[in-house]
Design a binder for this molecule. Structure first.
Ligand code: HXH
Length: 362
């Protein structure tokens, strides 16, 4: 009886196989293999990067190793991660990211040295808890930059030396005045940071990085800052356009105009933190799943933006996504805490989305 059942099963499997059942399996796995590697598709244009963290270098390893040839640490190289308390440097998490990059022959962008955010409060205070003097803060800036940039000399090829120093408007000047770096050192803090970084690694490309960098008014202010720095002979080599965008902003033309404007200063341009939210900025609603129509729109936005990046490959020297796949993105907590977003080109199951196919088929 058992024997009969066995032969019946065997026959069924054979019939299934002859009629193409197992072949279909093969086709599905072949289809899987046919997902092209993003960085290979873009090899004649620019490196394609992703922001990673201590968790995603394990959980998203397969996607990272297949698709990207540049990595940025999402948090692990920020001041608060590397020097949480005075003189106590912790490099383990940053090192792990650099190691993964080296193992795979990938570039590393360093993010970030001088920023008003994610910097411990002690940096701006003296031993007695009073505001630090200009001299003390400059000394600390020099020490931090020299230590971090020297450690990764020859491994980190580009640094976001200063992040988000330009104002969103309102005041008279073009610099953000609510930064303790500005308040204590004065406007010269930016030039100083670039000079210290250049001394520590003369071979590294040094970037100024900011958000809303394609907004006409803010890009005027960023342009003025960069022009001033260049006229003073400060070693600045490029501008990072963060690229935290959404399905209705900004237009491709606006992005292209900003790229050409920065490039007219003789600077390189990189898109350093790209993601495209399915929520327009003013939309504070929640969604349980990613709606098909918004994902279609998102895919079109990705297509037109990558057309701009490719067309400007003479000056666009890198494009980095701020994350790997939709299951883990900072957008789940910004600008609305705890709201799921789907801003990247790989979905929550690590599969390519419509947006992925739009940027690889051109
Ligand atoms: C980036 N800032 C940082 O460069 C990166 O290090 C971080 O991991 C994620 C994003 C983007 C950002 C900038 C300003 C901001 C919030 C996020 O604050 C705003 C407040 C009001 C209106 C607009 C921005």
């Amino acid at each position: 009886m058992k024997k009969h059942l066995f032969y019946l099963l065997l026959a069924l499997v054979m019939i299934w196989c002859i009629t193409g059942g197992c072949q279909q399996e093969e086709e599905i796995s072949a289809l899987h293999k046919e997902v092209p590697a993003l960085a290979e598709v873009y090899q004649d244009f620019f490196p394609v990067g992703a922001a990673v963290n201590s968790w995603t270098i394990e959980s998203h390893k397969e996607l990272i190793e297949k698709h990207f040839n540049s990595l940025t640490a999402e948090n692990e190289m920020k001041f608060e991660s590397i020097q949480r308390s005075p003189g106590k440097y912790t490099f383990e998490r940053a090192d792990a990211i650099v190691e993964l990059a080296e193992k795979n022959g990938m570039l590393v962008r360093g993010h970030t040295l001088v920023w008003h955010s994610q910097t411990p409060a002690w940096v701006f205070k003296d031993e007695k808890g009073r505001p630090a003097s200009r001299e003390l803060l400059l000394k600390r800036m020099e020490e931090h930059i020299t230590t971090v940039v020297s450690r990764y000399r020859g491994q980190v090829y580009a640094w976001d030396v200063v992040n988000e120093a330009v104002t969103d408007g309102g005041g008279p000047g073009y610099l953000r005045t609510d930064s303790p770096w500005y308040r204590i050192i004065g406007p010269g803090y930016i030039a100083q940071a670039f000079i210290f970084a250049h001394r520590a690694d003369p071979g590294a490309k040094l970037f100024y990085n900011d958000y809303s960098a394609v907004d006409p008014a803010k890009s005027d202010r960023i342009y003025r800052l960069l022009k001033d720095l260049l006229e003073q002979g400060v070693p600045v080599h490029g501008v990072g356009i963060q690229g935290h965008w959404d399905i209705s902003y900004p237009s491709a033309n606006q992005v292209e105009a900003a790229i050409r404007k920065y490039a007219s200063l003789g600077l390189e341009v990189q898109i350093t933190e790209l993601d495209i939210s399915v929520f327009p900025w003013s939309d504070r609603g929640h969604l349980r799943a990613a709606p098909k129509n918004r994902l279609r729109t998102q895919a079109q936005r990705y297509r037109e933006l990558f057309e701009v990046f490719r067309r400007n490959k003479d000056v666009v020297t890198g494009v980095t996504f701020w994350g790997v796949a939709d299951d883990r993105t900072w957008k789940d907590n910004f600008p609305v805490r705890g709201r799921k977003d789907w801003p990247l080109v790989f979905d929550e199951e690590h599969q390519p989305k419509a947006a992925f196919w739009e940027i690889v088929n051109f």
